[in-house]
Design a binder for this molecule. Structure first.
Ligand code: ME8
Length: 518
């Protein structure tokens, strides 16, 4: 029987600048989800990529003094590198300047046209190049400097007058409301769903979907003076990357569309939860199952901005704290969906308290005791006591709790559940004190170590999607190689006594501030 599929996407990132923490965060959340689903046995397709057309990119290329294609070729590489350097497990990376994308988007345009949802007109109104978004006057404000800005994003707007094609978005208001009502978890978290719902209930205006004042974009089929509005171009990546319009049952599109999850930042929810489903409805294509909008990071309490010079570089974090430590912090510190603040002290506390002390020490103590005192092999247990049975039962039950939280993208709660087990395991091992039993009752020591080895294995399997490298190392000490991806199907299995274990070494170092910082 073929495996169930799971299709997850990141937004495609603008190539006007180098990657920052926001990009790493959105993709990290997808990576954790993709890895967990693979461990559950799903055939996962995880897509990321770069958004390379539009006025914003054209302006950035002009500023850099190079042709847009050369510019995007250069910057796109830094996003590809970030994905590799952060250990993301994506299956595909799409660039909107690729031929496969261009032909797919043009076909989508034709379908919208055939459905009678496109008409020709003229746009006259406010536009923010930084957001690549049109704004009503009441969504803008004039600030002290005399310039006009979009209220939601704080980006400057300019007055645009140009011939344009329009999409009949207004015709989809009722259908969209019906979608949000009939599928309450189409938009998560719920607070964001309410925001979108009231925006749509407030009335939708038709959307300008082509531009004529610059040329860096995909030409409108049949009227090449126009290039497509970059958001129509960009959103279509989720299907063009699957080979749309090849809709054969056994094609990638046939197997993976509709997407299970589009992960986005809160700033781009409207595009994904209003425009995208409306385009798909108009073209008669199935709708994605969920759009999750996560929050934004601030830096030591301040909004992150280039002008303040406080942009967080993901590479700097990884270099200072380690890749898995950074991944853990970003997923654990903030309830996923809320805004959160990055502070060095919070990062260092998590790294030391949760990773080095609670988890790392526990694993290191237990595995090295086994290695030294049980002939380097998983010991044979004697009769299990109530305490042994209790900790084994807790470790078995945590999978279901974690899976339920992951289903809702509550990554922080999944980690909370795993670390609840870590605490319980620490209490157990302190109470059982195998280091004392070593002298008084070696047979009982072996039982305690056997129980603990199993508990550590389960903790480590569940932590794997969050911290793939360190956990793979820990599991390898237990001779679990992960071929086939650490399947959760064998989560309940118990380690076989007698299998040799490798000499363990510390996996989660403590953070010690360099002297210059102390
Ligand atoms: O929006 N904290 O691209 P982008 C958390 N090309 N997330 C942040 C953040 C912060 N401080 N700053 C930005 C685009 N982000 C479009 C998408 S999809 C068809 C097209 C997030 O490069 C932001 O919310 O601006 C978004 O999800 C991503 O980083 C940046 O995307």
């Amino acid at each position: 029987m073929s495996r169930p599929t799971y299709y997850i996407t990141t937004p495609i990132y603008y190539v006007n600048d180098k990657p920052h923490i926001g990009h790493a965060y959105t993709s990290l959340a997808c990576d954790v989800m993709a890895r967990f689903k693979r461990m559950q046995g799903f055939d996962v397709h995880f897509l990321t990529g770069t958004d390379e057309h539009g006025q914003k990119i054209e302006q950035a290329a002009t500023k850099a003094g190079i042709a847009p294609q050369d510019f995007t070729d250069q910057v796109s590489v830094s996003f590809r590198d970030l994905a590799d350097d952060m250990g993301f497990s994506h299956n595909d990376f799409i660039r909107t300047t690729e031929a496969r994308h261009k032909s797919g988007v043009q076909e989508l345009w034709r379908r919208l046209e055939q459905a009678g949802t496109i008409y020709e007109g003229g746009y006259e109104g406010w536009y923010a190049v930084s957001d690549e978004a049109f704004y009503n006057e009441d969504e803008t404000e004039v600030r002290d400097d005399g310039k006009r800005y979009a209220v939601a994003s704080g980006k400057e707007v300019e007055w645009v007058v140009e011939p344009s094609y329009f999409f009949k978005l207004s015709a989809f208001q009722d259908k969209l409301i019906e979608l949000y009502e009939s599928q309450p978890d189409f938009i998560l978290p719920a607070s964001r769903r309410n925001e979108v719902m009231s925006f749509v209930k407030g009335g939708l205006r038709d959307l300008s979907i082509s531009r004529t004042t610059f040329s860096w974009g995909i030409p409108v089929p049949g009227d090449e003076k126009h290039v497509m509005y970059v958001w129509l171009d960009a959103l279509a990546n989720y299907i063009t990357a699957l080979g749309f319009p090849n809709e054969e049952k056994d094609s990638q599109y046939g197997r993976f569309w509709p997407a299970d999850l589009h992960m986005v930042g809160k700033d781009i929810l409207r595009f994904h939860a209003v425009y995208w489903p409306a385009f798909l409805m108009a073209a008669g294509l199935p709708l994605p199952k969920r759009v999750f909008a996560h929050g934004w990071w601030t830096n030591e309490g301040q909004k992150i901005s280039k002008s303040l010079g406080n942009v967080i570089d993901p590479y700097a974090l990884v270099e200072k704290y380690g890749l898995d430590q950074t991944r853990y912090f970003l997923m654990r510190e903030v309830p996923f969906g809320n805004d959160g603040d990055f502070s060095a002290s919070a990062m260092e506390t998590r790294m030391n308290a949760d990773l080095a002390n609670a988890y790392g020490n526990l694993a290191q103590r237990v595995l090295s005791m086994i290695f030294k005192n049980c002939d380097g092999a998983i010991p044979t247990p004697g009769t299990l006591t109530d305490a042994d049975e209790a900790i084994l039962a807790s470790s078995g039950a945590v999978l279901e709790k974690v899976a339920a939280q992951m289903e809702q993208q509550a990554f922080h709660r999944a980690l909370e559940a795993i670390w609840g087990l870590v605490s319980e395991a620490n209490v157990y091992v302190d109470e059982q004190a195998p280091w004392t039993l070593k002298k008084t009752d070696p047979a009982r020591m072996r039982t305690v170590l056997y129980v603990m080895a199993n508990v550590i294995r389960r903790i480590t399997l569940l932590a794997h999607p969050f911290m793939p490298t360190s956990t793979a190392k820990l599991l390898s000490f237990l001779s679990e190689t992960g071929e086939g991806g650490y399947a959760l199907a064998s989560f309940d299995a118990m380690l076989e006594p007698g299998i040799a274990i490798d000499k363990p070494s510390g996996v989660f170092p403590r953070y010690v501030a360099p002297e210059s910082e102390a």
